[in-house]
Structures are given as structure tokens and as C-alpha cells.
Design a protein around this ligand. Structure first.
Ligand code: BYC
Length: 312
């Protein structure tokens, strides 16, 4: 008799994707549902801070690109909900968990977008951190998640360039524009490096997720790579990162950086950030207001199905 767990582990070890109908440990399934649904919720809630600036984009071109970016995020949410559904959870269950506050979404989306430069800082830093974390997820052991991530990463890298270009334009503009860009970086830097999650020694899920090849790098490894990248890119902007301790360390071959405010991080994760309540209220209202659309779509699908059955 073949041991299903051994077959599963052999596949993971040999880099063969686990597919929805394969046997998998219950905890593997639960971990994936948790991570993928939280990721999907982050994409959907993540539309809100940027949508705030669509009506006030400075030019038609900026407006069109911002609308496209926000639409891309809706698409990412939908691919990810579909990937999670292959693990035996319904979309309604996932949305209930979001609306009741049971499911998490990324801490970063609980900060306000105060100026146009925030669109640049989000693109450069938030999408930048997202890509750093998500490129390795294209090699995740679970097939549907890995495949969804390939397309998502292509789109995210475009978003990051778009954000950087907004900041570059502002940094070469008037003194007021340069200051606005610097202020946005100052406000988004620390929350962006918190996106990678708690330090490795405080991350309860990392070890098992890495053993199952869901995660390929630890939270701290990815954070360090991101900081090293941004510390160089900010020089092209001729702006600075708000960390006096940021310094190249020849021995480590990495940038050293200052202390992260973990109290602030957990405060935001636990629902008490500057915009948590507003974000959740906006999503709950949108879901309620959209009920008639879902009903109409379901009625339409039912009608098509019965027509097809009659014709057969
Ligand atoms: N915010 O053991 P850990 C995007 C939670 S990008 C809130 O390290 P794990 C976008 C964690 O869930 C953002 N909660 O967990 C970009 C866990 O709580 P539970 C979304 C956080 O899962 C641009 C607890 O802390 N990206 O969407 O091994 C525009 C302990 O943590 C955070 C993803 O979701 C946080 N920052 O590692 C628009 C990527 N960090 O679940 C949209 C996929 C940690 O036990 N996710 N927590 O209650 C991942 O890679 C991993 O889930 C994480 C955390 C690295 C985030």
C-alpha cells in the first residue's frame, strides 16, 4: 500500500507541482487557504488607497494608467480567489472571513494616501515589496497558486516601473514637487518593509511553509533583498530613505538598517491602524451594494444553462 504522505513529500522534494485532486496534508491545505485568501483580500482592499486618486490624477495619461493599475489589482484578486477555491473553500466563505474581520489582509493598505506622490511611492515601494515577495511564489509547490503568480508578477513589475517614473518626474520638478515625493517616501518606507511580515524568529508559519516549498525565502531574507535594492534605486531619484542607520556593510555585503517598529506593525495587523475601519467598511458596503449584480449574473447563468439543456 502506497503511503499518500510519502508520495506528497516526494513530489514536493522533486519539484513536481501538487495539484487540486492530489492527496495533501490537511495542514498544507489550511496554510494555502490562509495565505492565498489573505493575498486575494490584499489585492482587493489594495485597490482602495489608489482609487482615492483616480479623480485627481494630474493628467489624462496618469489617470488612464492609474485606472489600469487598479483594474489589474481586481484581476489579481480574482485569479487568487479562484486558486483558493481549488482547495475546497467557497468565495462566499472567504469574503465572509474578510468582512467579519477574521481574515487578514496586508498591513500596508491601512495607511492613507495623502498626496499624488503617494501613487508613486506605492508603485515603487509597495509593488516593489510585493514583487520581491511574490516572484519566489511563482515556484510555490501548489500548482494553481504558482501559475496565478506568474501573470500577477508580470503586471506588478509594470506597476513598479510606473510608480518609480511618477517619483522620478516629481523629483525633477519644482521644489514643492520634490518635497512632495520625499514626504511620500518618508511615510511609505517603514510600512513597506513591514509588509514582509515579522522577523524570522517571530514568524510562526515560516519554517513549515518553507519545508513544504510554499515559501522559498524567509521574511527577513526577502526584506533584506528589498532594502538593498531600494537603497541603490533611491540614489537615482536623488531622494533619501528615512533611516539614519541605513549603511552599506562590507562584511555582510548588505545594507544595515534601523529598528522596525513592531508595535506599530502588530497594532495595524490587529485592526487598529489609521484606516482599518474605513477599509473594511468600504469593502462591506461594496459587497452589499453589489448583491443585485451577483443575483442578476446567477439568474443569467441559470437561464443559459436551461436553454443549453433544452437544446441538447
Ligand atoms: N500584514 O508566520 P508569518 C498586494 C501575519 S501585496 C498583515 O510570517 P506567513 C498588492 C500572517 O498572516 C500584499 N498580516 O506568516 C500590492 C500571520 O497571521 P495568521 C499581499 C501579516 O504567512 C500592490 C502572522 O502575521 N501579499 O497584495 O508565513 C498593490 C505571522 O506571520 C503581515 C501577500 O499576501 C502583513 N504584512 O508570512 C496591490 C503575499 N505579515 O495568518 C496589492 C503572500 C504577516 O497566522 N503572502 N502577517 O493570522 C505571504 O508571502 C505570507 O503570507 C507573508 C506572511 C510573507 C505575508
Amino acid at each position: 500500500m502506497l503511503d499518500p504522505e510519502k508520495i506528497f513529500l516526494d513530489k514536493v522534494y522533486e519539484e513536481i507541482k501538487i495539484e487540486p485532486k492530489d492527496w495533501m496534508p490537511d495542514q498544507y491545505r489550511k496554510t494555502l487557504i490562509r495565505q492565498i485568501s489573505q493575498h486575494a483580500h490584499s489585492e482587493i482592499v489594495g485597490m482602495l488607497p489608489e482609487a482615492n486618486w483616480i479623480t485627481r490624477a494630474p493628467t489624462l495619461r496618469r489617470k488612464a494608467t492609474l485606472i489600469a493599475k487598479v483594474q489589474d489589482e481586481a484581476g489579481h484578486g480574482l485569479y487568487l480567489y479562484s486558486a483558493a477555491e481549488t482547495l475546497n473553500i467557497t468565495r462566499d466563505e472567504m469574503l465572509d472571513q474578510l468582512h467579519s474581520g477574521k481574515a487578514k489582509y496586508s498591513s500596508i493598505f491601512n495607511y492613507p494616501t495623502l498626496t499624488w506622490a503617494d501613487m508613486g511611492a506605492i508603485g515603487w515601494l509597495v509593488d516593489g515589496a510585493a514583487i520581491m515577495n511574490q516572484v519566489p511564489l511563482c515556484r510555490c509547490s501548489y500548482g494553481p497558486y504558482a501559475r496565478a503568480m506568474i501573470r500577477i508578477c508580470k503586471e506588478e513589475s509594470f506597476h513598479q516601473r510606473q510608480g518609480f517614473e511618477i517619483l522620478l518626474t516629481l523629483s525633477k520638478g519644482t521644489e514643492a514637487q520634490r518635497k512632495m515625493a520625499q514626504d511620500a517616501i518618508d511615510r511609505w518606507w517603514w510600512p513597506s518593509i513591514m509588509m514582509f511580515g515579522p522577523n524570522d524568529d517571530a514568524s510562526p508559519h515560516s519554517a513549515q511553509s518553507m519545508a513544504w516549498k510554499i515559501k522559498r525565502f524567509s521574511n527577513d531574507e526577502l526584506r533584506q533583498k528589498f532594502i538593498d535594492m531600494c537603497a541603490e534605486q533611491v540614489k537615482i531619484l536623488r531622494l533619501t530613505l528615512p533611516d539614519e542607520k541605513l549603511k552599506w556593510n562590507e562584511k555582510r555585503n548588505h545594507f544595515d538598517f534601523g529598528e522596525i517598529n513592531w508595535k506599530e506593525f502588530w497594532n495595524v495587523v490587529n485592526g487598529n491602524g489609521p484606516c482599518n475601519k474605513e477599509r473594511l467598511a468600504a469593502r462591506t458596503k461594496a459587497h452589499k451594494d453589489g448583491a443585485w449584480v451577483r443575483e442578476a449574473a446567477a439568474a443569467h447563468a441559470e437561464k443559459r444553462k436551461s436553454r443549453a439543456q433544452k437544446a441538447a
